[in-house]
Design a binder for this molecule. Structure first.
Ligand code: NI
Length: 171
């Protein structure tokens, strides 16, 4: 396994729409293992393939609380098939927008259809943090990051802070 470099804003790659995966094989699984390792090392609770430079419709998520057993979830070609009318606000962060957070409102629950690590079709009903995380990561597959929901002025401020953070961490 390998830790992959994470793409940060304002990299134009993060604005691109990712392409569906047509085959789940060992090569793809090895890539998903790398994604998971990269996410754990960051550390983060969700990662989309585009964030490590691959425009593939793949997400990895693990929302298990610290100190508990890991619970990795893999989503290939995920599709949201239903969202609740009830909304929820979470203070979201993103590995592509390091050290920055904002309250974002999204549907409180959703259903997601996807292909799993073994190539099997699945559907889950997500609520709480998992629902938020799935929707946040799904946004990445469509070229959207959480700061896109903020005003242009706020977004500019966040991007400047990330640029500064990245520069300082390069030294
Ligand atoms: Ni993110």
């Amino acid at each position: 396994m390998a830790i992959l470099p994470i793409v940060t804003v304002p990299d134009p790659l993060l604005k691109k729409v990712s392409k569906p995966v047509d085959k789940v094989d060992d090569k793809l699984r090895a890539f998903m293992d790398d994604m998971l390792e990269t996410m754990y090392a960051a550390p983060g609770i969700g990662l989309a393939a585009v964030q490590v430079g691959q425009l593939k419709r793949i997400l990895v998520i693990d929302i298990a609380p610290e100190g508990e057993d890991p619970d990795p979830k893999y989503f290939i070609n995920p599709e949201i098939t239903w969202t609740s009318e009830e909304m929820n606000i979470y203070n979201e962060g993103c590995l592509s927008i390091p050290e920055q957070y904002a309250d974002i409102e999204r549907p409180a629950e959703c259903k997601v259809k996807f292909i799993d690590y073994d190539g099997m079709e699945k559907e889950i009903h997500a609520d709480g943090l998992l629902a938020t995380c799935v929707q946040h990561e799904m946004d990445h597959l469509n070229g959207v990051v959480f700061i896109d929901y903020l005003s242009k002025i706020k977004r500019g401020m966040y991007v400047r802070k990330v640029k500064k953070f990245v520069k300082e961490n390069e030294k």
